[in-house]
Design a protein. Structure first.
Length: 760
């Protein structure tokens, strides 16, 4: 028996009052399923009734000369459960309950019913109950977040019901999958994580509480990397060393208030700079040697967050995979034991795994560590040894990266590529091994008080040792705006690692996104996760069409005027510049222009900048998000964008009424793609199974920028001549059905017909 009295009675009381079934003196005490218990005091006598607020049935429970205590109300709750009018409207079957929540509860709060959304939630629920792997390709607007949250809540209720029922038969037995373990939700973006925790879950919890579906609030906790949290020790040391004459008084006051307050999450702290935040956030290495763990707010938060009392643990893909890797190594996990995993924005999981499973060496970082470990001068034996070892380590470090860099002498450097394949030869491995030994020796020669430096040197030495292996893909990168060089490696069998480390667990997995299938085919996505030949678990795949009316609300313009794409061909650049100019004039601005190349984007920007439009033109460069804000504020501007803008920007309404896709987004080749190609004997097979599906998924991501709600109307323009030629059928099949034109006058007419006067 649940010992919780649900006090969320306002909604039920309102319905009974509107029906004229309650007097103004009646007081609601608690809600249980569809029944509410009321108390009315007349002539110093307390009368108790139970109402079914949906059927309007009523039962008199009796009276007392004194008001009931909480303990007495709990006993009364047991008696109410035995009445005929109790729980007559809430389905006991889980599948019916899911439908009831969407059709009977959510609709009373302004939500509309979508049968596809109900079916999706039921599908996800069954996948959880059967411990299946569910893959669902769900477009924007269908409401997949509500679907998986409702499915997970009902799954949780089923688990609790099983737990209480079985416990009555055998108190000593621990029943598998019936303990109050949380459900993990992992997403790619922090915005979605925050929305789930702050908006979706509280809203659903309130509606279900007010309708008697649950008696306790649904709880969640958002888990982030350590850099998002305050370190008490670093905060104290930083405040004590601030030059008060140079620090603005408001910022100093905010920092001092932090020392006295209860804040833990730096994203919620106001009044301090990003520089301040970098100075006071938790450092991983610090926690290994910190002596303040008993009083540290971060450690208290971590202990609380790891509790099993939360319904949901919410994190990003990096955090989830970090937990997976810690468990694999037998280390203390970041997350508590969980009973199900929901992966939203699942299309990002493989790329995150490439980073998390990979190993990276940063030359500047290693060089800085060595220099900090090297004494300027010393007469001691240890000091002299440190100088010699540090000099040799620096020499080996330079030699190692020089030998790798020499492999790129004949490499054609593309502006939009930053990954260059290299081979770690036997000679390079020898240098790396000697560097590893020198770093370990240098760490051993340090004074004990240099704990963080010792940890850092040993960590790098360990990474180098792990890099010197077979079956790895290696490449170097040159970070933009720096003179640094980085070496990265990842295991060739990454998909196999993902399958074994994640999906071999006896847990249900819900993998969902709007772009993990091409024409209902999940092969490319499945292959990346190592699930293309999975035989140990049942995999269910669901793909649904967009709920938006693309045929009425969009028109697709496909250019027949542009030559074959080549960013280095001035005729091509001039042609797309002219075409884009005509198109954005036809839509009076309000346009997002998506490029696959920063080189092309910059050249076209110069062309557009010289044209005298009635609307502003912006270009979104790497790390310059202000252009997005400027575009939003312009109301009718044009934004040229590349890279993450293909999936990471959300513009609703008339602001974005014209999406222009300059080129089919075949991604720039990288070392991992090159290795994938080596696995195919025939290039045509590689193109069919990897290149084209990858391009179509990216195209769908970009295409989805245009229509974000039922009321949005937009022109979508494709300027790549291949969309009318070799790839006409695959492109057409992958995108929503709509009207297609090759005439810009049709674009003008569509805008005139669909937009109101204040648009122009």
């Amino acid at each position: 028996m649940e010992q919780t009295l649900n006090k969320n009675i306002e909604y039920a009381m309102k319905r009974l009052l509107e029906a004229g079934l309650l007097s103004e003196e009646a007081k609601g005490l608690f809600l249980d399923k569809d029944c509410i218990i009321t108390e009315t005091c007349v002539n110093e006598r307390f009368n108790y009734h139970v109402f079914n607020f949906r059927t309007h049935e009523k039962k008199y429970l009796g009276y007392r000369k004194s008001r009931m205590t909480v303990e007495q109300l709990i006993v009364l709750q047991t008696k109410v459960k035995e009445l005929e009018i109790y729980n007559k409207t809430i389905p006991k079957d889980s599948e019916a309950l899911i439908a009831f929540i969407f059709t009977e509860i959510f609709t009373n709060y302004g939500f509309c019913v979508r049968e596809e959304q109900v079916d999706l939630a039921i599908h996800m629920y069954h996948a959880m109950m059967n411990r299946d792997i569910s893959m669902s390709d769900i477009p924007v607007g269908l409401g997949k977040t509500h679907a998986y949250l409702v499915a997970a809540i009902v799954y949780n209720l089923s688990n609790k019901r099983n737990f209480f029922e079985r416990r009555n038969y055998n108190h000593s037995r621990i029943f598998e999958n019936t303990s109050p373990m949380p459900i993990v939700i992992t997403t790619s973006s922090i915005q979605l994580q925050q929305a789930i925790e702050k908006e979706y879950i509280p809203s659903i919890s309130k509606m279900l509480l007010e309708n008697g579906i649950i008696n306790e609030p649904i709880t969640s906790v958002q888990r982030k990397g350590k850099e998002n949290y305050i370190c008490d020790l670093r905060l104290k040391n930083y405040v004590n060393t601030i030059n008060t004459s140079k620090k603005p008084e408001s910022e100093l006051k905010a920092l001092k208030q932090l020392m006295l307050g209860y804040h833990i999450d730096l994203t919620e702290v106001k009044g301090i700079t990003n520089y301040d935040k970098r100075k006071i956030h938790v450092l991983s290495d610090n926690c290994y040697s910190c002596k303040c763990s008993n009083t540290c707010r971060f450690q208290r938060f971590m202990k609380e967050a790891r509790g099993s009392h939360y319904t949901f643990q919410i994190c990003n893909h990096n955090y989830y995979l970090a937990d997976v890797l810690k468990r694999k190594k037998g280390l203390k996990s970041l997350l508590p034991s969980y009973k199900a995993v929901i992966v939203d924005e699942a299309h990002k999981l493989v790329s995150v795994a490439e980073d998390m499973y990979g190993i990276s060496l940063y030359k500047k970082e290693i060089k800085s560590m060595i220099q900090k470990a090297k004494p300027h001068m010393s007469k001691t034996v240890i000091g002299k040894s440190s100088i010699l070892v540090a000099k040799e380590a620096l020499r080996l470090l330079d030699s190692m990266f020089e030998s790798l860099n020499e492999q790129l002498i004949n490499e054609r450097f593309e502006d939009d590529s930053n990954k260059y394949s290299v081979k770690i030869t036997s000679a390079t491995k020898n240098e790396m091994n000697r560097l590893r030994l020198n770093l370990e020796r240098l760490a051993d020669l340090q004074q004990p008080q240099k704990t963080l430096l010792i940890i850092g040197l040993k960590r790098v030495a360990k990474d180098i040792g792990n890099m010197i292996g077979t079956n790895t893909i290696s490449w170097i990168e040159f970070p933009k705006g720096t003179d640094d060089i980085e070496l990265h490696t990842v295991n060739k069998w990454l998909a196999k690692n993902i399958r074994e480390d994640i999906f071999s667990k006896d847990l249900p997995f819900i993998l969902t996104s709007g772009t993990i299938a091409v024409n209902n085919d999940f092969s490319y996505f499945s292959k990346g996760l190592g699930l293309d030949n999975e035989k140990g678990k049942h995999i269910i795949r669901v793909s649904q069409n967009s709920p938006f009316d693309y045929y009425q609300n969009t028109i697709r313009y496909q250019s027949i005027n542009i030559p074959y794409p080549d960013a280095n061909d001035e005729k091509y650049i001039k042609a797309i510049g002219s075409e884009i100019t005509s198109l954005i004039e036809a839509s009076h601005g309000h346009a997002l222009v998506l490029f696959t190349s920063y080189t092309s984007m910059k050249k076209v920007y110069e062309i557009l900048k010289s044209t005298h439009f009635d609307f502003p033109v912006f270009q979104l460069l790497k790390g310059k998000s202000q252009s997005i804000n400027n575009f939003r504020e312009s109301n009718n501007g044009v934004l040229l964008a590349c890279g993450s803008a293909w999936e990471g920007i959300d513009f609703k309404g008339d602001l974005l009424s014209h999406l222009i896709i300059v080129k089919l987004p075949f991604l720039v080749p990288d070392p991992i793609t090159d290795e994938q190609q080596n696995q195919f004997a025939d290039f045509d097979d590689f193109k069919k199974e990897i290149l084209i599906p990858r391009m179509l998924i990216r195209l769908k991501q970009g295409y989805g920028r245009a229509i974000r709600s039922e009321k949005d109307t937009a022109v979508i323009s494709l300027l790549d001549c291949r969309a009318n030629g070799n790839y006409k059928n695959v492109v057409s099949n992958a995108l929503p059905e709509c009207r297609i034109t090759h005439d810009i006058d049709d674009v003008k007419q569509f805008i005139l017909m669909k937009k109101k006067s204040n648009y122009f």
